[in-house]
Design a protein around this ligand. Structure first.
Ligand code: AR6
Length: 181
């Protein structure tokens, strides 16, 4: 089991699963979500629409995760999750941790061994990167170390040096996270 940090674009990752920081509609948006749908092509949206027409009629709840094809991305699946919007009044950390845990469980159910995560909630949902990094790394570490998860590699793909440096610092503090190119 290995955790890697890399600065880059998540849509370029050659992994089994790419995690999407989606919204509950599952029908696309900006940020990572927009990039994944743009680069992955219309097949992803078609599957998202089918999910909405079926079990996810009311949308995907915050903290939950669901898989679709990855379309034309160099990955096999996209696992969509909905991060919490940052709140200064309410502690929503458990929901952010749940996103990571549930994505890994969905990935394991698919038989995936390698998973790339963006920094969920740190863009349009305004979660401070330092806090998000700590929650994300701890959640992944604890899920992978239970032994019930078959995922072997988790790669955090950070957009820009600033986010990468913050994740690097948190990973060093936790004693995890090699570099990857
Ligand atoms: N690769 C890796 N990271 C990226 C990329 C990319 N191609 N593009 C942006 N980031 P965000 P959220 C970083 O806003 O905060 C959408 O509209 C970005 O710099 O994508 O969870 C959804 O539909 C930031 O650090 O996701 C939802 O409505 C991180 O990815 C809402 O945004 C997450 O930023 C979700 O907001």
């Amino acid at each position: 089991m290995r955790i890697e940090l890399v600065e880059g674009d998540i849509t370029e990752q050659q992994v089994d699963v790419v995690v999407n920081a989606a919204n509950s509609s599952l029908l696309g948006g900006g940020g990572v979500d927009g990039a994944i749908h743009r680069r992955g092509g219309p097949e992803i949206l078609t599957e998202c629409r089918a999910l909405r027409a079926g079990h996810y009629g009311k949308g995907l709840k915050t903290g939950e995760a669901v898989a679709t094809t990855a379309g034309r991305l160099p990955a096999r699946w996209v696992v969509h999750t909905v991060g919490p919007v940052w709140s200064g009044d309410e502690d929503r950390s458990a929901l952010l941790a749940a996103c990571h845990r549930n994505c890994l469980h969905v990935a394991a159910d698919l038989g995936a061994h390698t998973v790339a995560f963006p920094a969920i909630s740190t863009g349009i949902y305004r979660w401070p990167v330092e806090s998000a990094a700590e929650i994300a790394l701890e959640a992944v570490l604890s899920t992978l170390s239970t032994g019930s998860c078959s995922v072997e590699l988790v790669r955090f793909v950070l957009f820009g040096t600033a986010a990468y440096d913050v994740f690097r610092e948190q990973a060093d503090a936790l004693g995890v996270g090699g570099d990857s190119v």
